[in-house]
Design a protein around this ligand. Structure first.
Ligand SMILES: Cc1cc2nc3c(=O)[nH]c(=O)nc-3n(C[C@H](O)[C@H](O)[C@H](O)COP(=O)(O)OP(=O)(O)OC[C@H]3O[C@@H](n4cnc5c(N)ncnc54)[C@H](O)[C@@H]3O)c2cc1C
Length: 293
């Protein structure tokens, strides 16, 4: 079984923009972590009105399914900021933002409250022997970026650029001298256009084989992916760019729901094709953008 019901031990503010929820208990022994620094899980939240939190079942593909008649709980992806299997503890850091069930749950979480965690997955797969890496994130990517930066061996030169809404959201991370932390304030994060791309462009990338990892809002991540593909000419071996959230998600979703079935078929056929995976992703982004997605 890939799903674990986990209990809140305590909650604290890391900054005014981030809440840390510590989950603890014997159940954590059953949690399937990956050991990779940017690991994330699907988190299922209790119904805010009734408190109901049904356990998912698992289909043959490992997906969460719920018996007929059971209301599917709200679920979002979150990074595992810290895991201590021996102590049976997991920390998850939640960005504080308006209008989100997950974020609101975290801000009110009390000892004994429960959430359900899925199996851990990850995207950070740098090439063996890399000489350097560039890490880019907005507030949602900061928990994963922090863990990557903290766990990176000292021989790998690392430049980490983090964009947060305000200077008070900066966190001091216990990283070595091989990690250069740069902070951007007052942009991205749903308050304005992101400056991550212009900062990546301005970098003189170190010599040797490297890796670029980025996590953040959809528009920002798409722009960075395009730069990496079209200007830096890197292939998937040397980068991972992950869309962590959608600004104005409701507008995006209504456009997605209204999408012409022929376009959906085109997208399904694209993903099922045997084309180069980088080309597939490039084309997918182009199709979505054409339709305002
Ligand atoms: C692999 C992965 C790992 C992630 N790890 C983390 C993590 O460790 N910590 C974390 O906080 N988030 C993380 N996220 C992002 C998180 O899943 C989304 O922000 C999610 O939408 C939050 O759910 P919600 O229920 O709070 O809001 P939703 O119901 O999804 O959205 C409600 C409204 O809030 C807006 N919104 C959503 N997120 C934000 C935001 N961050 N800032 C401003 N407005 C927002 C939406 O556009 C919408 O209008 C991760 C996402 C992925 C894919």
């Amino acid at each position: 079984m890939s799903f674990v019901k986990a209990r809140v031990a305590h909650r604290r503010s890391v900054t005014s923009g981030m809440v840390r929820v510590t989950l603890a208990g014997k159940e954590i022994e059953e949690f399937k972590d990956s050991g990779v620094a940017d690991e994330f899980v699907r988190v299922f939240f209790p119904d805010p009105m009734t408190g109901d939190l049904p356990m998912p079942e698992e289909d043959d593909a490992g997906r969460a399914v719920f018996p007929e008649g059971i209301k599917e709980p709200h679920a979002e992806y979150y990074s595992i900021r810290r895991i201590d299997k021996a102590a049976c503890e997991i920390d998850i850091d939640f960005v504080v933002h308006d209008g989100g069930l997950a974020s609101e749950w975290a801000q009110k979480a009390q000892p004994g409250d429960c959430i359900v965690l899925g199996k851990a997955r990850f995207c950070y797969e740098p090439p063996e022997g890399m000489a350097w890496q560039v890490l880019l994130a907005d507030a949602t990517g900061l928990p994963a970026l922090s863990r990557i930066a903290e766990e990176t061996p000292a021989h790998i030169k690392t430049i980490a650029i983090v964009e947060v809404a305000e200077a008070a959201h900066r966190q001091e991370l216990p990283v070595g001298e091989h990690v250069e932390m740069r902070w951007l304030y007052g942009s991205g994060n749903g308050i304005g256009p992101s400056n991550l791309l212009s900062n990546l462009r301005a970098l003189q990338l170190p010599q040797g084989e490297g890796y670029i990892w980025m996590a953040g809002e959809m528009q920002a991540s798409r722009a960075i992916r395009r730069h990496i593909r079209n200007e830096l000419k890197l292939t998937g071996r040397n980068f991972s760019v992950v869309r962590y959230w959608l600004d104005n998600k409701e507008v995006w979703r209504s456009r997605w729901d209204a999408l012409d079935p022929a376009v959906r078929e085109e997208i399904d056929a694209l993903w099922a094709s045997d084309r180069d995976p980088d080309d597939i992703a490039d084309t997918w982004h182009n199709i979505l953008e054409t339709h305002g997605l």
